[in-house]
Structures are given as structure tokens and as C-alpha cells.
Design a binder for this molecule. Structure first.
Ligand code: ADE
Length: 225
């Protein structure tokens, strides 16, 4: 059974609305929607913004609901000039960019990067094709931190330091939780902005359209899992 996590309503509401036989359980102030979609059991949940919310949510999905895989969906800012607004990034790995133990001799990003599951990456890519999305699908590195990236300097730092392809605020903490629980995961993010000076303006304009694309893909993934 897949566990699907989005940080905000726009990222999960339409999946929730398509569920049948729904049971809702409230744990840690989060509503977990367990139901079926295309005959497949799934749990869908809005975790709220940021790494702590996302990690707690992922742990509950594993410990309480016994999900066999974690999927994080939503929007992200692009850090890669080839990846444009509304395109989709399927994670090859996810890294916590605000984890910094360099004063103790660790390299930046050391022990904060987690590889995504190959089978889930393939499932996501096949599902994107099946969903017939009119955007490009990329595989790439997702970098996560508790901050919205909206300046040229912050964007360049994340690109140059970590070689990140897109920035968001939850994926790597879900990846970290998945790693600790030996559970496969993948992050799927549609680009809502370019994580630069225009990000605050682009984000609300493209958020809904971008989220809609990743939701179409997720629907196919649930069906094919
Ligand atoms: N989610 C969508 N756009 C983002 C950005 N620029 N930074 C962090 N999270 C985001």
C-alpha cells in the first residue's frame, strides 16, 4: 500500500476527493485518508509545510498504517536551467540542504542524502508517460530545507554546492524517514517557480497548474502499483 504525502491542500485534495471507502484518522494533527483508488488501497495525507511535519507524517504512515512505500508529491522551485515551470522532477535522491556539520569536519551534505527507490522511479516515469502529460519529465536531485528559496544567491548556492535540480521543503526528510525504516520512497515534484527573485510572483500563478500535473501522475502510479 502506498502512502502519499503532500505539504499543502492543493497538492493532495483532488487525490483525496477521488478515494472510495474512505476512513479518516487524525494523528499528530494530521488527517490520514485511507481508501481505495482504482481498486488499490492507499493512504493520502497533508502533512503541512517543512521537514519536521513531513518526517513525523512519514513515520506515522510506516508505523501506524504499515505502508510499503512512501511517495511525496507537490511543487518545487527549479535550480536547473533546463527544467522549466510545470515540468516534473522524479527524484534520484533527496538531500537536506540545511543540515550543516562542517565545523566538526563533515562535508556539506554528508549523511543527509538518500537514494530513491529504482522501482518507484520507473513506476513514476511510466505513469507520467501513461498520463500523457504535455510537460517534460526529468530525473534529478531534490534538495530540501526549512526555507522558501527566492533569491538568486540562494539558488546558486544550492546548485553549486549540492548540484540540486529542484528545491522544496519536505522531500529529503521523508527520504530520511524512509531510509531509517528501510522503506522505499520517491519524490515527485512539479515546478512552480525558478527559485529566484521571481519565485514569490511565479509561485501563486503556477502552483495549481503544476500541482495538477503531479496529481495526474500520482493517480496513474496508484493504479499501477
Ligand atoms: N516549493 C515551491 N517553490 C519553492 C521554492 N522556491 N523554495 C522552496 N520550496 C518551494
Amino acid at each position: 500500500m502506498l502512502g502519499i504525502i503532500g505539504a499543502m491542500d492543493v497538492e493532495v485534495n483532488s487525490i483525496k476527493s477521488e478515494l472510495e471507502n474512505v476512513e479518516i484518522k487524525n494523528i499528530a494533527a494530521m488527517d490520514f485518508y485511507k481508501g481505495t483508488l482504482a481498486g488499490k488501497e492507499v493512504v493520502v495525507v497533508k502533512c503541512g509545510i517543512g521537514k519536521v511535519n513531513a518526517a513525523i507524517c512519514a513515520q506515522i504512515l510506516v508505523s501506524v498504517f504499515g505502508v510499503s512505500a512512501l511517495v511525496n508529491t507537490g511543487v518545487a522551485g527549479s535550480l536547473n536551467n533546463d527544467i522549466n515551470i510545470c515540468d516534473i522532477v522524479v527524484s534520484t535522491s533527496a538531500l537536506e540542504h540545511d543540515m550543516d556539520v562542517t565545523p566538526l569536519g563533515y562535508a556539506k551534505g554528508d549523511q543527509s542524502e538518500f537514494k530513491a527507490d529504482e522501482n518507484l522511479i520507473k513506476l513514476a516515469k511510466d505513469s507520467a508517460e501513461e498520463a500523457g502529460l504535455d510537460v517534460k519529465i526529468f530525473e534529478g536531485k531534490v534538495v530540501s530545507g526549512d526555507q522558501f528559496i527566492g533569491t538568486h544567491e540562494a539558488k546558486v548556492y544550492l546548485r553549486d554546492t549540492f548540484n540540486g535540480d529542484c528545491a522544496e521543503m519536505e522531500g529529503a526528510s521523508i527520504a530520511h524517514t524512509a531510509y531509517l525504516n528501510k522503506t522505499p520512497y520517491v519524490v515527485i515534484r512539479a515546478i512552480s517557480d525558478k527559485a529566484d527573485g521571481g519565485a514569490q510572483m511565479d509561485y501563486p500563478t503556477f502552483e495549481a497548474k503544476a500541482a495538477e500535473n503531479s496529481i495526474k501522475l500520482i493517480n496513474c502510479m496508484i493504479k499501477n502499483y
